[in-house]
Ligand binder design. Structure first.
Ligand code: NDP
Length: 482
């Protein structure tokens, strides 16, 4: 790609569509330079995409489920054959390392294939003998046009979590990627179409949330919004979906606690903490954002996590050997730096990081050093707010009850993890922690096989698992009389 390519903006009915809005800059987070512009969608452009999806819906939804799976599977395979191209593009617009881009894109294709596989095994409910000679069954129908709104941290996996069950269930989709990461999504859509996905079944509108996003959410022909992003925007979308009683699923912010008990495999736990916090430069919803470690083993664990943080090689995402790339925007970095400094003003000890790297080659990018803070006050910003970057607070706790109490003292309830060799304590932790996921002695890896959705302010509804189909279909009870 040459410098400052200007893109038409949307992908509608299997073709580029020239948006009516001004171009929005796409910036490489590694050097702060704009390298592309993408015309923003207006409400009219969103309307064109929704109408295209509505037109495609009838034919798509009439196909056998397994046929939809077969078509999506072929299209996903075509995407997979172009993975190298997508990896470079994702790193350039998002900032993550080439390795992380490959992991993300491989997972996105895997998710498509997971639901392709399920397309051959969907079954429903039948109830015999409701009354003598009377039986019932539950009919399932797709919703129609689904709007998928996605943030910039994992543009393709978060999209495919919605796209795969929505399409296999028979819906047509209009997606809006984040304004700062439109390119990989546009190319992804083009590749799916080249791979045989019928025109109009999957459309992309780019642009700002406040214009294109809102137009999608409030469009009367959109029957469901699947949203991943921040809690305040999710709350606003949920309120807007009340009009017309649109279906909505929300995957929102989190502040995942990790509890490390005195009987844990401390080496493995420290390694999971470092991976769980610094992966994707700390910009993940499901990331370890608070660690609570038993006092008796705290010094060893804290030193081990800090040593890992100090060793991490920070650099451009496309440079050899980089383990952690830049943050996605300078605004995000400023917000993180401010959260760390507001926290340290209140107390706690900074063990490492807390600033931009001093390497002059990284001066123009949005870099921030891996940061570890020990024992800040429990009501300080790093304890109570979502920290969306590479900064980890760690607290010493007296015992399991204190750990659970602290873990649950948050408005969020997305993920959580627990490290212990005591089976009784593991089961108790799984039952008592308020969150949509609890990993026990495991890295925080998301499986398509298991349903996942946040509790409390972290979300509404589930993605992944067979359960995802429940959120892309309506059911109807049918009674057949004697
Ligand atoms: P935002 O909520 O600001 O943005 C997410 C998406 O929504 C973007 O496409 C954005 O567009 C769009 N949007 C913004 N305002 C509106 C609106 N009024 N109506 C419709 N759409 C709108 O989130 P962030 O960019 O801050 O993303 C990070 C957040 O996402 C974090 O809080 C993180 O925890 C959460 N997240 C949750 C995950 C989960 O599964 N639970 C996974 C990953 C992230 P635009 O680009 O123009 O802003």
């Amino acid at each position: 790609m040459t410098t400052n390519v200007v893109y038409a903006g949307s992908y509608i009915s299997g073709a580029e569509h020239a948006n009516g809005g001004d171009p929005l800059p796409v910036v490489n987070p590694a050097d702060g330079r704009e390298f592309a512009g993408v015309a923003a969608a207006t409400a009219d452009d969103v309307d064109a995409a929704v109408e295209a999806a509505a037109r495609a819906f009838d034919e798509w939804s009439a196909l056998a489920v397994s046929k939809r799976g077969e078509i999506l599977g072929r299209a996903a395979h075509h995407v997979e054959q172009h993975l190298d191209e997508l990896v470079g593009l994702l790193t350039r617009e998002q900032g993550k390392t080439l390795r992380d881009s490959r992991i993300e894109l491989t997972k996105a294709v895997d998710t498509l294939m997971h639901y392709v596989g399920l397309s051959k095994s969907l079954r429903g409910a039948h109830t015999p003998g409701l009354d003598p000679g009377v039986e019932g069954y539950v009919l399932r129908r797709p919703l129609g046009v689904v709007g998928a709104i996605v943030p910039w941290n994992f543009p393709t996996t978060l999209l495919c979590n919605k796209l795969a069950p929505a399409l296999v269930a028979g819906n047509a989709v209009v997606a809006k990627p984040a304004a700062t990461t439109p390119l990989t999504t546009l190319r992804f859509a083009e590749l799916l179409a080249e791979g045989g996905l019928p025109a109009g079944v999957f459309n992309v509108v780019t642009g700002n949330g406040s214009v294109a996003g809102e137009a999608l959410v409030t469009h009367p022909r959109v029957r469901k919004i699947a949203f991943t992003g921040s809690t305040p925007v999710g709350e606003r979308i949920m309120a807007q979906c009340a009009s017309g009683v649109k279906r909505v699923t929300l995957e929102l912010g989190g502040s995942d606690p990790m509890i490390i008990c005195d009987d844990a495999d401390l080496t493995a736990a420290a390694s999971a903490a470092s991976m769980g916090r610094f992966y994707n430069c700390g910009q993940a919803c499901l990331a370890i954002k608070r660690v609570y470690v038993f006092e008796s083993v705290a010094d060893e664990v804290i030193e081990s996590i800090a040593a890992k943080a100090r060793r991490l090689k920070v650099g451009r995402g496309d440079a050899e050997g980089t383990q952690m790339g830049p943050m996605h925007t300078s605004g995000g970095r400023a917000e993180l730096a401010e959260q760390v400094s507001r926290t340290l003003d209140r107390g706690g000890e900074l063990l490492c990081g807390g600033a931009q790297p001093d390497d002059p080659d990284l001066a123009d990018g949005f870099f921030y050093q891996p940061t570890v803070v020990v024992d800040p006050p429990h009501d300080s910003p790093m304890a109570t707010e979502e920290v969306f970057g590479p900064a980890l607070p760690i607290w010493r706790v007296a015992d399991f009850d204190e750990a659970i109490e602290r873990a649950n003292a948050s408005q969020f309830g997305l993920g959580s993890s627990l490290w212990t060799r005591d089976l009784k304590r593991a089961r108790e932790g799984a039952a008592r922690i308020d969150a949509g996921y609890t990993w026990i002695n495991s890295r925080t890896k998301v499986y398509d096989e298991l349903p996942f959705g946040g509790w409390k302010s972290s979300g509404y509804g589930k993605e992944h698992g067979e359960e995802a189909f429940d959120y892309y279909t309506e059911t109807k009870s049918v009674v057949i009389g004697a």
